[in-house]
Design a protein around this ligand. Structure first.
Ligand SMILES: Nc1ncnc2c1ncn2[C@@H]1O[C@H](COP(=O)(O)OP(=O)(O)OP(=O)(O)O)[C@@H](O)[C@H]1O
Ligand SMILES: [Mg+2]
Length: 237
């Protein structure tokens, strides 16, 4: 199988300016991410993980440097192009699930499938994300945290994005539910070929990745490549 880069990141810096104060969140990041890879991003708080992922997802812009998504330079995009890029290509999963409380699991996913170009059936997305069928008509308040996160994953994958960006998706979950959520992410990667990036504070999650990118001080400190990927169930929290 030939590898094809989905992202090429070239000398990205990010400086946040608040009045007189400058924060250098990213200090020159170069990275290539292959299509279909499962990447785990680790690093201390404040090291720039979310900033990088937000720039890749078109939620934030870089101060300097270039990011290519396939052969398009997203760092050259205006607001409208970024919105279209996010809508067509990127799924997001955050620590807090942001479901609409008054809608069932199926209806939460339908919010996305109604406006996407070539969406999956909501039931199929929920199935891939691992929500049991008898739960599809439940409201968020009737679901556990892990089940709600699986609805959020279903919502993110239902439009068949090429990349799924996850910022601490298991951050609010205990180990057992966290593992179920990681299993959902692994099956999205395996069954749909979606490129998956997961930010986590749990170094053990790195065992399920193709590559683990260690961040420190706004830079890539080290990249570890795994010869074999472990199943989430074997990961100790
Ligand atoms: N909108 C913002 N305005 C000003 N500073 C910011 C902003 N967003 C992030 N920062 C700063 O940029 C640096 C990197 O933040 P970032 O959120 O990327 O870190 P992180 O690695 O995701 O940390 P955590 O593990 O705590 O989520 C931090 O010093 C942070 O305070
Ligand atoms: Mg963060």
């Amino acid at each position: 199988m030939t590898k094809e880069a989905i992202y090429r990141i070239d000398g990205i810096t990010k400086v946040y300016r608040t009045g007189e104060v400058e924060v250098h969140a990213l200090r020159g990041v170069d990275l290539e991410i292959d299509s279909g890879e499962f990447i785990v991003l680790l690093g201390p708080s404040g090291s720039g993980k979310s900033t990088l992922v937000n720039i890749l997802g078109g939620l934030d812009t870089a101060t300097e440097g270039k990011v290519f998504f396939r052969d398009e330079e997203i760092t050259g995009f205006g607001e409208g192009e970024l919105t279209k890029y996010r809508r067509d290509h990127v799924g997001f999963v955050f620590q807090f699930y942001n479901l609409v409380p008054s809608l069932t699991a199926t209806e939460n996913v339908s919010l996305v499938t109604e406006i996407a170009r070539d969406p999956m059936d909501p039931a199929e997305a929920l199935e891939i994300a691992g929500l049991p069928r008898e739960r599809h008509d439940h409201f968020p308040a009737q679901l556990s945290g892990g089940e709600q996160q699986r609805v959020a994953i279903a919502r993110a994958i239902a439009k068949k994005p090429e990349v799924l960006l996850c910022d601490e998706p298991t951050g609010a979950l205990d180990s057992k539910t966290g593992i179920r959520v990681l299993e959902a992410l692994a099956s999205v990667n395996k069954d749909l070929g979606t490129t998956v990036l997961v930010i986590t504070h749990n170094a053990a999650v790195g065992k399920m990745a193709d590559r683990v990118i260690h961040f420190a001080d706004g830079q890539v400190a080290r990249i570890d490549e795994n010869e074999t990927r472990e199943a989430p169930a074997s990961i100790a929290w």
